[in-house]
Design a protein around this ligand. Structure first.
Ligand code: CP
Ligand code: NVA
Length: 300
């Protein structure tokens, strides 16, 4: 296993399978009395808001026997101009790992390059790999497999979409993304996944993507940090809502996924989000189990 988990490119298919297996065991309560990280300290450095990532990491770290130290990065000297490099070197002397949520992906690359401890990406503008781990566990639980599952991602080609593309390359999920023109996923990530043989396609038509899908996935149209774009984006995304009509195009037993938080009535309607086909709360729960498995694998 590599030192850091910055994107899904940092794990192999075999490592991902082992992680999902370990997460299932944690979820089933196996080894629940073990505290593999006893006496360790993990920093949670966030400068964007969070409900799931923060609380699932904090509780998961506690369950593994370690302590979590949460800090908003603005409260560090980093907020007053101390460099990322110096911060990384100093924190490596105290902590056994860092989970970071920030804006530019380059920030976490610099942090990782200058740290001797594992750095875990808790979301950047470009990737959300911890979310994709939980999504893979959820699909495996609900569909009994990953390879060949037909997933339709409808909406913004954002950090969540980029990580799902990398997940498809690792698992053999058949992923079709329907995005408005100008809001497609990152081109380099997409082409890289395709070059590895991933079954990934980006189209513009949401109906075509949803047809016969096993899973429909969406995320907010306005991600954290994009608040200035609200009106322009909302216009572009008309027709990209997961609603009962779009769901009726998918397989009758299709599941509905969303990383949450949802903007109800925008990218997804209440009736679909609250329907029996929705697995969004299981997905949120699975953040805890997959991240515990990830920490156990990375933190020595
Ligand atoms: N899905 C997710 O990352 O949620 P939070 O922003 O609440 O952490
Ligand atoms: N794309 C969203 C995900 C939130 C979990 C964002 O970056 O705000």
């Amino acid at each position: 296993m590599k030192k850091d988990f910055l994107t899904l490119e940092d794990v192999t298919s075999e490592e991902l399978n082992a992680l999902l297996k370990r997460a299932s065991d944690f979820k089933a309560g196996k080894d629940s009395s073990l505290c593999p990280l006893i006496g360790k300290s993990i920093g949670l450095l966030f400068n964007k808001t969070s409900t799931r990532t923060r609380i699932s990491f904090q509780t998961g770290i506690h369950q593994l026997g370690a302590q979590a130290i949460y800090i908003n990065t603005n409260e560090l000297q980093l907020g007053r101009g101390e460099t990322i490099e110096d911060t990384a070197k100093v924190l490596s002397r105290y902590l056994h790992g860092i989970v970071i949520r920030t804006y530019e992906h380059d920030t976490i690359i610099t942090l990782a390059q200058n740290s001797t401890i594992p750095i875990i990406n808790g979301l950047t503008d470009l990737h959300h790999p911890c979310q994709a781990l939980a999504d893979m566990l959820t699909i495996q639980e609900k569909k009994g497999r990953l390879k060949g599952v037909r997933m339709a991602y409808i909406g913004d080609g954002n950090n969540v979409a980029n990580s799902l593309i990398e997940a498809a390359a690792l698992t053999g999920i058949d992923l079709v993304l329907a995005c408005p023109h100008g809001y497609e996923p990152d081109k380099t990530i997409y082409e890289n996944a395709r070059s590895k043989g991933a079954k990934v396609k980006v189209i513009a038509n949401p109906d075509e993507a949803a047809k016969d899908a096993d899973a429909l996935y969406t995320d907010v149209w306005i991600s954290m940090g994009q608040e200035k774009e609200v009106e322009r984006k909302k216009k572009k995304f008309e027709g990209y809502q997961i609603n009962s009509r779009l769901l009726s195009l998918a397989k009758p037993d299709a599941i509905v996924m969303h990383c949450l938080p949802a903007h109800r009535g925008e990218e997804i309607t209440d009736d679909v989000l609250d329907s029996p086909q929705s697995v969004v709360i299981d997905e949120a729960e699975n953040r805890l189990h997959t991240q515990k498995a990830l920490l156990e694998m990375l933190v020595k």
